[in-house]
Design a protein around this ligand. Structure first.
Ligand SMILES: [Zn+2]
Ligand SMILES: [Zn+2]
Length: 414
């Protein structure tokens, strides 16, 4: 029996990796333009990092984490997202003592035991950015603008919509929560089983429920945006003004809840309708309480994460061609002596920085030319016995389908 991968986990194959590199490179270059540095954190953390960070009432902690007991009895979890681990690293390395603001980005694999569907995996990649030590609304706007510019740089501005809202802070969020509890209590028997439980743990999550009747009931529920305190209203107003001033378009969507407990004030999503159902390809927001929650000093913070698989899917639709595997020059040969010359020439050209394709399997010239074509090479060098003795090779321009003889004395090569 053949071995196989775990359901919901996937390979990224050589024919696709060019697109991945392209997207990841553009993101990294752009983030560095804004002053962000990469941080690499472990894929495995103590479970409490996520349980305390994401909140025990979140869907992720409740039912999606890959958690197991280590040999010494401690509970470990494969990271379901990046923020909690970056916050843990920020605190553990006392980064707040080094600079007043820390701008960090990360990329890597995340793990969630969800139902696999198109563009959604159980093992999936994210790129994210976190800004610590900034509470000004202009910082939220700058981070959102960076995310917006990323979609522009990969040609997806027209494919995504920025949705924006505010979830309030420690002052207005609790009051809103109890308002929401009162409202949903009045409709309790029609709520789904999950939501009846959420009513006691986190009524905000009911607004996120996908059950028909819950959506129906949620329609008339009080909205956070109508119940922000004065300072949250001012903060949100300045976020919007800053985005307006640099021409970043957005839509206000008061229904953004975000699945995680740690968000405060600004929340946003970049969504697309080009992947079937309305889908978020990036999401983030402010989380002023999380650093303290995980044992650090009170530190305002804001960040976002993007799902690379879904961005790759979207990118394929908009820019279908041009990311295949490429070599610059393919070397074909005829005969044993020519094979040795081809072997040396390939080595020399690669040392000079050219991407060279060649195989030494003694296939016919015709099948070598087929491989040259498949490799995407711009040029093919053809070495025959006759040419070898005359100190020349054939150079074929694969785009123009033209051939020239050029002087290249391969016999005198060491
Ligand atoms: Zn429900
Ligand atoms: Zn407030």
């Amino acid at each position: 029996m053949k071995v196989r991968s775990i359901r919901g986990f996937h390979d990224i194959l050589p024919e696709d990796i060019g697109r991945w590199h392209h997207i990841e490179e553009l993101a990294k270059n752009l983030f560095e333009l804004y002053g962000y540095s990469e941080i690499r954190i472990p894929a495995l953390e103590f479970t409490e990092v996520f349980a305390r960070g994401l909140g025990t009432s979140s869907d992720i902690v409740e039912k999606e984490m890959y958690t197991f007991t280590d040999r010494d009895g401690s509970s470990l979890t494969l990271r379901p997202e990046g923020t909690a681990g970056v916050v843990r690293a920020y605190i553990e390395n006392s980064m707040y003592t080094k600079t007043p603001q820390s701008k960090l980005y990360y990329t890597g694999m995340m793990f969630r035991h969800e139902r696999p569907q198109k563009g959604r995996y159980r093992g999936f990649y994210q790129i994210g950015a976190e800004l610590f030590g900034a509470d000004a609304p202009e910082s939220d706007a700058e981070l959102i603008a960076m995310n917006h510019n990323f979609f522009g740089s990969i040609g997806l501005s027209g494919s995504v919509t920025l949705e924006l809202s505010s979830l309030g802070d420690g002052e207005c969020k609790p009051a809103y929560k109890s308002m929401l509890t009162d409202y949903f209590n009045g409709h309790k028997d029609r709520l789904c089983e999950d939501c009846q439980r959420r009513l006691g743990t986190n009524p905000l999550r009911i607004l996120d429920c996908k059950q028909k009747t819950c959506i129906e009931i949620s329609k008339d529920a009080p909205k956070m945006l109508d119940n922000l305190c004065e300072s949250c209203t001012e903060h949100f107003g300045r976020v919007k003004d800053s985005l307006d001033s640099i021409g970043v378009p957005y839509e206000i969507n008061p229904k953004i809840v975000r699945g995680l407990d740690y968000y405060t004030r600004t929340v946003f999503e970049f969504t697309t309708d080009q992947l079937g159902a309305q889908n978020a390809v990036a999401a983030g927001g402010r989380y002023d309480g999380l650093v303290k929650e995980l044992g650090g000093p009170e530190t305002p913070a804001v960040g976002f994460a993007m799902g690379i698989e879904r961005i790759v899917l979207l990118h394929q639709q908009v820019v279908p061609e041009g990311f295949g595997r490429r070599v610059d020059i393919y070397i074909a040969y005829l005969g044993d002596e020519a094979r040795n010359a081809a072997f040396s020439l390939a080595h020399e050209l690669r040392s000079a920085g050219a991407r060279v394709g060649a195989d030494y399997g003694g296939k016919s010239l015709k099948s070598q030319m087929k491989r040259a074509d498949k490799s995407g090479a711009r040029y093919t060098i053809i070495i025959g016995e006759d040419e070898l003795s005359r100190g020349v090779v054939k150079l074929r321009d694969m785009e123009k389908s033209s051939e020239d003889e050029i002087a290249l004395d391969l016999k005198s090569q060491p």
